[in-house]
Design a protein around this ligand. Structure first.
Ligand code: UD1
Length: 356
């Protein structure tokens, strides 16, 4: 069996690493990895391949950044040509990025079956590029691997029931697999002079926050007023927008620590030792829950509704007052359900793919 895996953005390297590990013992399964190049900085890409011991990509498309149409079109054209040559039995795509969309579109036109890992997530906000990407991908997919039962319910509402499997979340496999080694190897707390549970960790990169100056400013103003240090590994998109909107003055606070994007081990360590996470990332909301750290989500809605219901996560939007109030009142619940499965998602996905 030939599996062609399409990855391109940071969280996809993490998700795909566990499936690549699960595939390795099987001589009869060959995985061909295509890196679209959507993320290309060393600290957004190479460092993840090194640390997660991911096989070197068989193809690198060098698509880079750009307007969504151009970026996706570039990937689409190159992926089509690779798929014609490789003739895979299945194309495996992850999550909701432009790389996911390009992979599923290219495969569908060539009538190659598609497997979508992290299927069924919905924010019901069509202004998010990710919402368009995942909806289209789900409707083109033959296997839909849902991390949660609510994701499967979302698909049912859209008439998709065939090929749907609730497998748990593959990021949980990764957290369980790498957590101990990350904590052992990372010296991020010492490097940044942080004490466990005495700082906040914040990430902001979603277009809805970075591309609207008033939202970005409100978030940064809230960060300025926090009582503990807030560490912000700054996404290149956010860095560019802060400069463009002339908001750099809002970072000038003794409690704000700006750092470059962190590698996976540093990120797992700094997340698990934070007293709270503030983020608009989907992945970090989940990792916070998996590591039992309370999370304020800097968005108006989330796909990870179970984390809200459990009480470990709260939506605060880009509302300064809500952020400052919630930081005082949110605690991770002592009694919390395991919403992301058992940590054996990669194996379950492989079992399904090889069963037919
Ligand atoms: C993308 C995904 C998002 C995911 C995120 C993970 C889409 C539409 N969005 O967002 O769902 O949560 O990845 O991190 O696919 N840039 C660099 N170096 C890089 C990569 C990006 O400088 O290595 C800068 C460029 O200015 C670029 C901007 O970041 O224009 C945005 O990058 P892009 O890949 O379009 O989207 P992300 O914001 O990273």
């Amino acid at each position: 069996m030939k599996i062609l895996t399409v990855v391109g953005a940071r969280p996809q390297f993490i998700k795909s690493s566990m499936l690549s590990k699960a595939v390795q013992p099987f001589k009869e399964i060959k995985e061909i990895i295509v890196h679209t190049g959507q993320h290309y900085d060393d600290n957004m890409s190479k460092v993840f391949f090194d640390q997660l011991k991911l096989p070197k990509p068989d193809y690198h498309l060098g698509a880079g950044s750009g307007f969504h149409g151009r970026q996706t079109a570039d990937m689409l054209e190159k992926l089509e040509s690779i798929m014609r040559t490789v003739k895979p039995d299945v194309v495996l795509v992850y999550g909701d990025t432009n790389s996911t969309l390009a992979g599923s579109l290219a495969a569908s036109k060539l009538h190659i079956p598609i497997a979508h890992v992290e299927a069924g997530l919905r924010s019901y906000n069509r202004k998010m590029p990710e919402e368009i990407n995942r909806k289209v991908t789900d409707h083109l997919s033959d296997w839909l691997f849902c991390p949660t039962s609510s994701a499967a319910e979302n698909l049912k509402k859209e008439g998709i029931t065939k090929g749907v499997h609730i497998t748990g979340d593959i990021m949980y496999d990764s957290v369980l697999y790498f957590k101990d080694v990350a904590l052992q190897q990372s010296s991020i707390l010492q490097n940044l002079a942080l004490s466990p549970k005495d700082y906040y960790l914040a990430t902001v990169h979603r277009a809805e926050n970075t591309d609207q100056p008033e939202r970005l400013a409100a978030i940064l103003e809230a960060f300025q007023q926090l009582e503990k240090t807030v560490v912000i590994p700054l996404h290149p998109r956010t860095k560019n927008k802060i400069e463009q909107f002339q908001l750099s003055n809002l970072l000038a606070s003794s409690t704000i620590k700006i750092v470059e994007p962190l590698d996976y081990f540093d990120m797992l360590t700094i997340t698990s030792e934070a007293s709270m996470i503030l983020t608009d990332s989907g992945g970090l909301q989940k990792e916070a829950y998996m590591l039992q750290v309370p999370c304020l989500t800097l968005r108006d809605e989330t796909e990870w509704v179970e984390t809200l219901q459990s009480g470990g996560n709260r939506l605060v939007g880009a509302n300064k007052e809500k952020i400052l109030k919630s930081i005082q009142t949110l605690h991770f619940p002592s009694d919390f359900p395991q919403i992301f499965g058992t940590g054996k998602t990669a194996q379950e996905i492989l079992n399904v793919l090889t069963a037919e």
